[in-house]
Design a protein around this ligand. Sequence first.
Ligand SMILES: CC(C)(COP(=O)(O)OP(=O)(O)OC[C@H]1O[C@@H](n2cnc3c(N)ncnc32)[C@H](O)[C@@H]1OP(=O)(O)O)[C@@H](O)C(=O)NCCC(=O)NCCS
Length: 227
Amino acid sequence: MTFEAQLLPAFDGGRLVRVPLAALDQARLPGWDLLHPEERAWLKDRPARRLRELVAARAALRTALLQVGWAGDRPLLALPRGGPELPDGFTGSISHKAGQALAVAAPRDGRTLGVDTEVLGDRDRSSIAQRVLRPEELARWRVGGEDWAQLLRVFSIKEAVYKALHPWVRRYVGFDEAEVTGDVVRLHLEGGEGPFTLRSSTTWEGDRVITVVEVRATSPGAAAPTP
Ligand SMILES: CC(C)(COP(=O)(O)OP(=O)(O)OC[C@H]1O[C@@H](n2cnc3c(N)ncnc32)[C@H](O)[C@@H]1OP(=O)(O)O)[C@@H](O)C(=O)NCCC(=O)NCCS
């Protein structure tokens, strides 16, 4: 089984791969045959639902990395804090939600990528606003009519920021440490890390939003990202 890799023109050389979980009830998992033997051994005892997400996401990440020049010669396991363990020289990220697993990958080239996907769902969950938004974002969102889709978009950007930022800061980053205005993300990092330059892109496909974020050190001499 193979999966298509979409070029991300805004993220120099980046690729996005989606793997549908539509085959949830089939005996053979989508992407299982693509995995490294050590990945299969690592995954085989997981509960069925989680296993499908993990397999689909690993297959998406492996496909994306192969498309950007990785030799595919090692397993993609997990780091202690939950992110994927990536091969040297590459950046990548995973998200899965509502029947779809996504991964992005690119040559590292001094930057990291984060991806997130969310769906509007069948109910408005605007009660998360106070937890996700900074006071100034909350004020703007209220003036804008408390739109659930707008809030979900900001939530998705912040989750993608977290994933892209993690290799640089290696700590939990709270929702109040990023401020989103349109596509512009401004960081308010409590640890004083950085400065970083961020780019973000969000795309709606029906009720699904897909977000990709890139983080670079603003100063050329800044420390290289670590796993
Ligand atoms: C970790 C977190 C971002 C995952 O997002 P989510 O919407 O729950 O789930 P997603 O499906 O989109 O992403 C799950 C994937 O994130 C990745 N991930 C988990 N922790 C990660 C980390 N520290 N760094 C990078 N990627 C991470 C994993 O690959 C995971 O998939 P896997 O377990 O199948 O390998 C989220 O659970 C969380 O803790 N958020 C709070 C922190 C935050 O977002 N702060 C905002 C800062 S501006």
